[in-house]
Design a protein around this ligand. Structure first.
Ligand SMILES: [Zn+2]
Length: 249
């Protein structure tokens, strides 16, 4: 298990909850010393253009600081995906998040669709044919859905009102799906019992990580990576990420 991280991810680039000061540090504290850290490069404009329209990219470029960090986040997802191709699992401790970024617009604290930029790059390089995305964030990743609708990449966002049903849905989906060459995970932690969604326990994230690992080992030679999406209660976010990473490793 490698953690993809860049020191610039602690920089505050906006006034939204995903960009808030002190959000990344507690996660770092939980993971440092336990896993190897790898520093990514920023995604190139070519990488972005495979997913996003030119006018969308230009609109983000108007804020130079934001653009730099959004490119670094997309680059972090690319790095995490490349590590998975090389046979090791990985977690991108990145921000800004990406799953609300569509080809030509974005909202919900997202700018570029990190996971999509990574998967489409791997497809272009003939490293994967298709992928399954599990997005367990509280919010539906409309950007990922829009980008991959009617493509070979399948997008799954579980929804349930009890934790048992939520975990069952994920397990059932993993039982049903086959023939994918990468498992990519949009890891949002805002469904935690002490976060906005008020549903999942810390241990449930470990279970989701373990289910993901088992599914990847059964279907795609263990190729799996995850990237950070939401999660806003700084006092529990670190331990939730750690639990998930321990399950996924
Ligand atoms: Zn969310």
């Amino acid at each position: 298990m490698k953690i993809v991280y860049h020191p610039r991810y602690t920089e505050v680039y906006a006034s939204d909850p995903a960009a808030s000061p002190g959000r990344i540090e507690p996660i770092l504290k939980e993971l440092e010393g336990k896993y190897d850290f790898v520093e990514p490069q920023a995604a190139s404009e070519d990488d972005l253009r495979r997913v996003h329209a030119a006018n969308h990219i230009e609109s983000i470029q108007r804020d130079k600081h934001l653009y730099e960090l959004a490119c670094l986040a997309a680059g972090g997802a690319i790095k995490a995906a490349q590590i998975a191709i090389d046979g090791e699992s990985s977690f991108g401790l990145i921000r800004p998040p990406g799953h609300h970024a569509s080809p030509d617009h974005c909202w919900g604290f997202c700018y570029f669709n990190n996971i999509a930029v990574a998967l489409v790059k791997l497809q272009k390089e003939n490293l994967i044919e298709n992928a399954l995305i599990l997005d367990f964030d509280l919010h539906f990743g409309d950007g990922s859905h829009n980008i991959f609708e009617s493509t070979k990449v399948r997008y799954f966002h579980p929804e349930a009102n009890t934790r048992e049903k939520f975990l069952d849905q994920i397990a059932k989906k993993f039982d049903d799906e086959e023939n994918y060459s990468m498992l990519a995970i949009s890891a949002g932690f805002d469904r935690h019992i002490e976060d906005w969604g008020g549903l999942l326990t810390t241990d449930d994230y470990r279970t989701i990580g373990r289910l993901s690992k088992e599914a990847a080992e059964k279907n795609c030679q263990g190729r799996r990576f995850a990237v950070l999406e939401g999660g806003y209660n700084h006092s529990v976010l670190g331990r939730n990420v750690r639990a998930f990473v321990e399950g996924l490793a």
